[in-house]
Design a binder for this molecule. Structure first.
Ligand code: FES
Length: 160
């Protein structure tokens, strides 16, 4: 049986009808039309489905929608302000940090969470933070450069 569930996504409330155990990913993509988060493994192993729940990057492919009622959720689509890209999005574009792009959502979301919590992370900290995000196309070094560029963009802009 489905419930009426209120989600706060990208700053706006949405009321959806869903079974409480439905993965958040399905609701975001199928009910709200937010296709930034992708379905990859479906087992919380690849990071393609990441969103920000509060300030934490979390996979959504197994996260029951009922667990995030009235919690602030930010998807890839919600990172940018109006028509200005988020610094992490800009950095990934400027470093051409993708090959097929399938992992990009998770990489960007995880980087945003990392840099918010830990300005100026070391290479080791960046690698550890992105460990749950799989890139199968060999873009890892460009991704590492993109994280550092995003950090620099934040600094140029006077903070995060
Ligand atoms: S699809 Fe969710 S972690 Fe892979």
């Amino acid at each position: 049986m489905s419930d009426e569930i209120v989600l706060i996504v990208n700053g706006k409330p949405h009321t959806v009808q869903a079974q409480p155990e439905t993965p958040l990913l399905y609701v975001l993509r199928n009910e709200l039309g937010l296709v930034g988060p992708h379905f990859g493994c479906g087992e919380e192993q690849c990071g393609a489905c990441m969103v920000l729940v509060g300030a934490e990057a979390k996979p959504t492919c197994r996260l029951p929608v009922s667990e995030v009622r009235r919690t602030r959720i930010t998807t890839l689509e919600g990172l940018a302000a109006e028509d200005e890209l988020h610094p992490v999005q800009r950095a990934f574009i400027e470093e051409q940090a993708s090959q097929c792009g399938y992992c990009l959502n998770g990489m960007i979301i995880t980087t945003a969470a990392l840099l918010w919590k830990n300005p100026h992370p070391s290479d080791t900290q960046i690698r550890e933070a992105l460990d749950g995000n799989l890139c199968r196309r060999g873009a890892q070094l460009r991704i590492l450069r993109a994280v550092k560029r995003a950090d620099a963009l934040y600094s140029e802009a006077g903070g995060r």
